[in-house]
Ligand binder design. Structure first.
Ligand SMILES: Nc1ncnc2c1ncn2[C@@H]1O[C@H](COP(=O)(O)OP(=O)(O)O)[C@@H](O)[C@H]1O
Ligand SMILES: [Mg+2]
Length: 302
């Protein structure tokens, strides 16, 4: 019973956060000048081999739950083709990353302050253009992104799916990868291919979240199947991070552009995400260099 009242408190806290931040519905530029103090920001990519496995939903919910743990979170929508963090939130930010890359806005104007106490860099088609920018412009972009990185405790990167260059470049340069898999057999092969590429690109830590599980047993079996393959052929085990249950109501929330995790009726689901967020807080990672410093070595690495 204690657990339930705790979840109620958490849901309440989320609702209060929403109310407290509705003042920013006009999406005024973030006042970066007012925030001080350099922190070591951890970067996490939410990625997958296969599309439609729940990355964007999980990246958003985890970001919000990290904010509830008093972490300052920047959610980077790095899915080039299907940028849709803002769609889940039911908002239409005026600027996205392509405006910034194309010099049409400053970084302060780019960052969207959501009512859930997380800041968002809305996705757009600008990222693939990075590879063609001249060095001076790349250095400017890196400087600006690194400046804001210092403000945050976490950067959560919602990537596209699959083993393409841009996705794996982003994912392999984060401090840890959260690899989302589902119990479907097609997810297994695609996930294995993803792990192989990420390890090849020097990825240090891959943590698996099994989404859409019908039971804990199914989650364990899914992880074991993937991990057995990975250990056998790549000789480095994966880490099991957790399971997220199948929730058939989720698509209704998405259609209504409401967030499942602030609805009291879905406390069990919310609790699962909260546990994952706490686990993230307790995970130590090597982060010798900033995320954006690594990302902008495009010319050499892609
Ligand atoms: N735990 C879950 N239970 C049920 N459906 C889910 C779950 N997670 C995600 N989905 C569904 O999967 C679909 C794809 O989710 P999304 O987050 O956009 O995936 P991706 O970013 O990997 O393409 C959504 O329509 C959502 O309803
Ligand atoms: Mg997505």
């Amino acid at each position: 019973m204690g657990g339930y009242s705790k979840v109620n408190d958490q849901a309440q806290k989320l609702r209060e956060l929403v109310n407290a931040r509705t003042v920013n519905r006009n999406n005024d530029p973030v006042d970066l000048q007012n925030r001080s103090g350099i922190k070591k920001c951890k970067s996490l990519a939410v990625t997958s081999g296969k599309g439609g496995v729940g990355k964007t939903n999980l990246a958003l919910y985890l970001s919000i739950c990290l904010a509830c743990e008093n972490k300052k979170v920047l959610l980077l929508d790095a899915d080039l083709g299907l940028a849709n963090v803002h769609i889940l939130l039911g908002v239409a930010p005026k600027k996205n990353i392509s405006h910034f890359v194309e010099k049409e806005c400053s970084i302060d104007e780019l960052i969207y302050r959501s009512p859930y106490n997380i800041d968002i860099i809305p996705g757009g088609s600008g990222l693939e253009k990075l590879a063609n920018l001249d060095l001076g412009r790349l250095e400017y972009l890196q400087h600006e992104f690194s400046r804001i990185e210092a403000i945050y405790d976490y950067i959560i990167v919602d990537t596209g799916a699959g083993i393409g260059n841009v996705v794996t470049h982003f994912a392999s340069n984060t401090d840890a990868v959260l690899l989302v898999v589902t119990p479907e057999p097609t997810s297994l092969a695609d996930s294995y291919a993803m792990v192989k590429v990420l390890y090849d690109k020097g990825c240090e830590k891959i943590c698996v979240i099994v989404n859409m599980c019908l039971s804990e047993r199914e989650g364990n079996e899914t992880f074991d199947r993937l991990n057995t393959l990975v250990v056998k052929f790549l000789k480095r085990p994966l880490e099991l991070y957790g399971f997220v249950p199948m929730n058939r109501e989720l698509s209704e929330y998405i259609k209504r552009q409401k967030l499942i995790i602030i609805d009291r009726k879905n406390e069990h689901f919310t609790r699962t995400i909260k546990v994952l967020a706490k686990k993230i807080c307790g995970t130590s990672v090597k982060n010798s260099q900033g995320f954006f410093a690594k990302i902008f070595k495009f010319k050499n690495k892609m």
